[in-house]
Design a protein around this ligand. Structure first.
Ligand SMILES: Cc1ncc(COP(=O)(O)O)c(C=O)c1O
Length: 512
């Protein structure tokens, strides 16, 4: 059989990615159905003129993401888990919230919803000087592309004219919105027009914009458990009724989604915060079906998906979103630096006008100069080169952290090490609680963090959540990583070493 695949050698996307994207689209659009055979890689390579290896790699990615499967000696077929099969495209948009158990993180005695009581452990707190601080979510300050950036800023200043001093489009600079739309297609499988992109001051600003748009006092909000504090606190501060849904080795446990109407669901499918697990394709489809059936919006926080070290990155949830239920959120905080305060939200078309009006109301848009420099950086290809460079750097640092943990603690059970800028370590039986390890490490000059201190909220029992440490590795050199882990090991000397965990358990992402 032949598939209508057309490859363009002048496109930015590699031939392998073009094949992947086109087959994936045929599956999502229903042109290829469950059980339909795909041509053999040899056939595809002679049809399209690519090498056999390119065709094999494209198929491997389709298999890894669950779109197709192989039957030994028979061939490659559209998998039973492929999206179009179960995911209805009907849209409902009612916001009629219903009563349910209130699982709030608000201290009941505290009626100040603008300032939740546990706000102290958000990501930007100041820390004392440490030998090695494995604080989560920090990019490497030395990797900021300073030379290119100063040149871009200076070029823009020279030609700024009135743009520097006038009000600009509150939804963001058109060139930047265009550059983001161009980037998201090949990088994340998200197809959007520039007018669906709103530039925000990082995800945190985006959470506020979306909460203001979608949340009313008492309206239901699904959050992951454990969950990123920055998002949960904002939802809570707008009076949302929180429905924590547990996360296991496949990500959000969709079977436990509440049967309520008109919810907002905040999720981190690529690299769950804090556990680092990836939401499986099967569950992505179920989550989208749930959103469609219940008129919910899913906020996909794709904060650190630029960094994937094992296999290809999963297509974003938004890339599967035929019913326009997903709001995609990206940030430059991880790939450039949080000091920029620059991020973006990609909206379903029906939310665009409302979001633009709110953005005007809230702050009339982000600063012009840095948006302009970022747009130029992306359009010139500098951003792509920068991403490739730091992806490699963070990969080496992750390897250094895993190696140091193994050297000093034996085989460890690690979650979320396939990508991102941090991993989670489930402490073995016989080890002190994570909060005790955190305290002893700090005394020894090392920062490692239990979930609550690591910008996460766990809604389950404390003794369960206090078994995890989160360790950020992106901002530390390999030498600092080794020194920090060595120091941690000597601070904990005397405690049982986790030698009884088998090597096979590492990275296996067992249920939390
Ligand atoms: C899950 C998650 N989302 C978003 C962010 C970043 O937000 P911002 O873009 O506001 O810097 C972080 C920061 O660590 C995070 O951990």
């Amino acid at each position: 059989m032949q598939l209508p695949i057309v490859l363009d050698g002048s496109e930015k996307a590699t031939l392998q990615n073009q094949i992947f994207d086109q087959i994936r689209s045929m599956i999502i659009r229903g042109q290829l159905k469950i059980g339909d055979p795909l041509p053999a890689t040899r056939e595809l390579s002679s049809q399209t003129g690519v090498s056999r290896n390119t065709a094999v790699l494209a198929y491997e990615r389709l298999i890894a993401e669950g779109y197709v499967q192989t039957r030994p000696y028979v061939g490659t077929y559209v998998a039973a888990t492929a999206p179009h099969t179960k995911y209805p495209s009907a849209v409902r948009c009612d916001f009629d919230s219903s009563e349910a158990d209130r699982r709030s993180i608000v201290d009941e005695s505290n009626d100040d919803h603008a300032a939740p009581p546990r706000i102290h452990s958000l990501v930007n707190r100041r820390r004392r000087r440490l030998i090695a601080d494995f604080w989560v979510g920090r990019s490497d300050p030395n990797s900021f592309p300073l030379k290119a950036w100063s040149q871009l800023i200076w070029n823009r200043l020279k030609t700024a004219g009135a743009a520097l001093t006038e009000y600009n489009d509150p939804a963001g600079l058109p060139e930047l919105r265009q550059a983001i739309a161009d980037h998201l297609g090949p990088a994340r499988g998200v197809i959007a027009e520039p007018d669906q992109v709103v530039i925000v001051g990082g995800c945190q600003d985006g959470f506020n914009l979306l909460a203001r748009l979608l949340v009313r006092p008492g309206s239901p909000a699904v959050v992951e458990s454990p969950c990123y504090q920055g998002a949960a606190y904002v939802l809570e501060s707008f009076g949302a009724q929180l429905y924590p849904v547990p996360v296991d080795h496949e990500g959000l446990d969709v079977a436990k989604l509440p049967q309520v109407e008109g919810a907002v669901a905040y999720v981190t499918p690529s690299h769950q915060y804090p556990t680092g697990v990836t939401l499986s394709l099967r569950r992505r489809i179920a989550l989208l079906s749930w959103a469609t059936e219940h008129g919910a919006y899913v906020v996909e926080d794709d904060y650190d998906s630029d960094f994937r070290f094992v296999g290809s990155p999963f297509t974003a949830l938004k890339g599967l979103d035929r019913g326009e239920r997903v709001i995609y959120m990206g940030t430059f905080s991880k790939c450039m630096g949080p000091g920029l305060r620059l991020g973006y939200v990609v909206l379903p078309r029906r939310l665009v006008d409302g979001a633009n009006r709110l953005k005007t109301l809230m702050n009339n848009g982000q600063g012009w100069l840095e948006q302009a420099a970022m747009a130029d950086f992306m359009a010139s290809g500098g951003f792509g080169r920068h991403l490739r460079r730091i992806r490699q750097l963070y990969h080496s640092r992750r390897d250094a952290l895993l190696a140091a943990m193994e050297k000093h603690f034996g085989a460890c059970e690690v979650l979320g090490d396939q990508g991102g800028m941090h991993l989670a370590w489930r402490l073995p039986e016989g080890f002190p609680k994570a909060s005790d390890v955190e305290a002893r490490a700090l005394d020894a000059g090392v920062g490692v963090y239990a979930l609550a201190a690591g910008a996460a909220i766990h809604f389950g029992p404390d003794d369960e959540s206090d078994r995890f440490l989160v360790l950020g590795f992106a901002a530390l050199t390999e030498r600092e990583i080794e020194a920090g882990v060595a120091r941690l090991a000597s601070a904990l000397q005397g405690d049982r070493r986790p030698r009884d965990i088998t090597a096979a358990m590492r990275s296996k992402q067992e249920a939390l």
